[in-house]
Design a protein around this ligand. Structure first.
Ligand code: FAD
Length: 402
C-alpha cells in the first residue's frame, strides 16, 4: 500500500476492531464469534455464498464436524438451525486396511457420548453463518477484495480493489489455502503436495450406512464413505492425480463398479451416484500465523489431508482461541492488535495445528507402505491399538476437540 511511512502518525482510533477477509466457514464463524463477543467487526468476502435450500441436492462438499466445532456453532446460536436443516450424526467409525486386513473401531457409546461427529454441507454452514452476521452487527462487505494493507501505529489500513479503504485494530486473513493476504504479508509456507486428488460424490448403496463413517486405506490413498441424512453416503476417495483423472472420466456404470471393488463392498453394491468432482490435496503450514496487526486463520494458516476429516475443525479451534485471546486482552485494557497479544494465539494454534497436520501426514505415509514386512508391522500396530481402550479413547477425545 502506498502510504508513505514518513507521514505524521494518525491518532484516530480505527472505527473497526477487527476486519476479517474471507467469508468461508472459518472466516464467517470468526466474524460472528467476535461480533458476539462485542468487537466491532467487518467481513470482506469476494463472492456472495450460494443460497442453501432444503430442496437442493446435497452439496458435494461436506465436512465431519467434531463436537468442539458443534459447541462453538452452538455458542453462536447457529448450530440448532444447521442441525435441523440437514445433518447426519455418526456414532461409529470403522477404519480398515486393504493390505493387512487390520481394522480399528471407534464407538461413541463406549466413551459415554451420543455421537462422534456430524456430517454437514459446507454451503449450509456458510449460509447459516452468513445470515446470522447482520443481526450480530457485522459489517458485511461483498463483493470485496483486498489490494494491500499497512500497519501504522495503532491501526492497520486496508485498501480494497475498488480503491475504498478501511481501518481496524486487527486484520484477520481467513481467505483459504491460496490466501492472497498471507502472500501480501510475505509469510511463507511449508509442506508437500500429495500429488493426489480427493474424488467426491454422493452414492446410494445396497446396505444402510448404519450412522457409521467408513474408511478403507488402500495403498493409493484412503477411501471414506460418510453417512448422509438421506441414507446415502458421501464419498471422499483420495487417489494419485492421474488415477483420479481416470476415475473422474469413467462412465457411471464403470465408476459404480470400480467404487464397489475399492470399497470392498462394505456397504454392498453401489447402486447410484451423483456427478463427481475432485479437489487437489496438499499439506501446507504457514511459517508464522502472525504479522504486524494481522493473524492467519483456517486454511490460510493450515491445509491438511482430509483423511482425518479435521481441516475445518482445526480452523474453528483457531476461531475459539483467537476470540479468547482478544477478549482477555480487551478485558485487561490491552491493544488487541499488539504483537505480544497476537503471539499467544499464533504460538498456541500453530503448535497445535502443526502436531495434528504432521500426525495426519504420518498416517498418510504409513498407510502408503507397500513392503510386506512394513505392511505386517502396520497391521500388528493397528490390531494392538484397537485393543488398548485408554489410548483409543485419548485419540477419539483429541479428534473430538475435548
Ligand atoms: C475433499 C475434502 C474433504 C474434506 N473433509 C473435511 C472434513 O470431513 N472435516 C473437516 O473438518 N474438514 C474437511 N475438509 C477441509 C475443509 O473443507 C476446509 O478446511 C475448510 O473448508 C476451510 O475453510 P476456510 O473458511 O478456512 O477456507 P475456504 O473455505 O477456502 O474459504 C475462503 C474464503 O475466502 C474467500 N476469499 C479468498 N480470497 C479472497 C480475497 N482476496 N478477498 C476476499 N475474500 C477472499 C473465498 O471466496 C472463500 O469464501 C475437507 C477438504 C476437502 C478438500
Amino acid at each position: 500500500m502506498n502510504t508513505p511511512r514518513d507521514l505524521p502518525p494518525r491518532r484516530r482510533t480505527p472505527s473497526l476492531d477487527v476486519a476479517i477477509v474471507g467469508g468461508g466457514m472459518v472466516g464467517a464463524a470468526a466474524a460472528l464469534s467476535l461480533a458476539r463477543a462485542g468487537f466491532r467487526t467487518a467481513l470482506l468476502e469476494a463472492r456472495e455464498p450460494a443460497p442453501w435450500n432444503q430442496s437442493d441436492e446435497v452439496d458435494l462438499r461436506v465436512v465431519g464436524l467434531a463436537p468442539s466445532s458443534m459447541a462453538l456453532l452452538d455458542e453462536m446460536d447457529v448450530w440448532t438451525s444447521i442441525r435441523k436443516s440437514r445433518s447426519s450424526a455418526y456414532s461409529r467409525m470403522h477404519v480398515w486396511d486393504a493390505e493387512s486386513g487390520s481394522a480399528i473401531d471407534f464407538d461413541a457409546a463406549s466413551d459415554g457420548r451420543d455421537m462422534l461427529g456430524c456430517i454437514v454441507e459446507n454451503n449450509l454452514v456458510q449460509w447459516m453463518l452468513w445470515h446470522a452476521l447482520e443481526a450480530a452487527g457485522v459489517q458485511r462487505l461483498c463483493p470485496a477484495e483486498v489490494r494491500g494493507f499497512e500497519a501504522i501505529d495503532d491501526r492497520i489500513e486496508i485498501e480494497r480493489m475498488d480503491g475504498q479503504t478501511l481501518a481496524a485494530s486487527l486484520l484477520v486473513a481467513a481467505d483459504g489455502a491460496g490466501s492472497p493476504l498471507r502472500k501480501l504479508a510475505g509469510i511463507g509456507t511449508r509442506g508437500r503436495d500429495y500429488a493426489q486428488r480427493a474424488v467426491v460424490a454422493h452414492v446410494a448403496t445396497e446396505r444402510p450406512h448404519e450412522s457409521t463413517a467408513w474408511q478403507r486405506f488402500l495403498t493409493t490413498g484412503p477411501l471414506a464413505l460418510l453417512p448422509l441424512a438421506d441414507g446415502r453416503s458421501s464419498l471422499v476417495w483420495s487417489l494419485p492425480d492421474a488415477e483420479a483423472r481416470r476415475v473422474l472420466a469413467l462412465d457411471e456404470r464403470a465408476f459404480i463398479d470400480q467404487l464397489g471393488v475399492a470399497s470392498d463392498y462394505r456397504l454392498g453394491r453401489i447402486v447410484a451416484t451423483t456427478p463427481r468432482a475432485a479437489f487437489p490435496l496438499k499439506l501446507q503450514l504457514a511459517e508464522n500465523y502472525q504479522a504486524d496487526r494481522m493473524v492467519l486463520l483456517g486454511d490460510a494458516a493450515h491445509a491438511v489431508h482430509p483423511l482425518a476429516g479435521q481441516g475445518v475443525n482445526l480452523g474453528l479451534r483457531d476461531v475459539a482461541e483467537l476470540r479468547d485471546t482478544l477478549v482477555a486482552a480487551r478485558d485487561a485494557g490491552r491493544d488487541i492488535g499488539a504483537a505480544h497479544v497476537l503471539r499467544r494465539y499464533a504460538r498456541r494454534r500453530r503448535s497445535a495445528d502443526t502436531l495434528d497436520a504432521l500426525g495426519f501426514d504420518a498416517l498418510a505415509r504409513i498407510y502408503a507402505w507397500q513392503s510386506p514386512s512394513l505392511v505386517a508391522a502396520r497391521g500388528l500396530g493397528v490390531r494392538l491399538l484397537d485393543r488398548i481402550d485408554p489410548l483409543k479413547r485419548r485419540i477419539a477425545e483429541h479428534a473430538a476437540g475435548i
